[in-house]
Design a protein around this ligand. Sequence first.
Ligand SMILES: [Zn+2]
Length: 114
Amino acid sequence: MKENCNKYEILTNFGSEEELLAHIEECEICRAEHEKIAAVTKLIQEAKPYYLKQKQNFQKLKVACVMFLTLFSGVSAGVLNYNYKIIDTLSYYDGITIEDMGFPTDEYGFIMVD
Ligand SMILES: [Zn+2]
């Protein structure tokens, strides 16, 4: 028995299925390799539905996030557009104006510079 055989890789890539199966019949190393790959393939086939389901759930989550953000930003923009007082409070903090701090201001509340 040889220590190593690279025919499995060559035959899977370049040979026909008959050649591969014939070689597997007579070569112990390649038979072991073939069984390993078959086991991995089987595992992948078993895991595939779970993976796809997870992927689908992730897609649903993404859609939900986009919908939530769209709704939230729409509502916030609406609230802010129609409630100027809220914008003033949020942006300028109504309580303290430049005028309150003792600076000379113009009619818009900006500091007057001579
Ligand atoms: Zn072989």
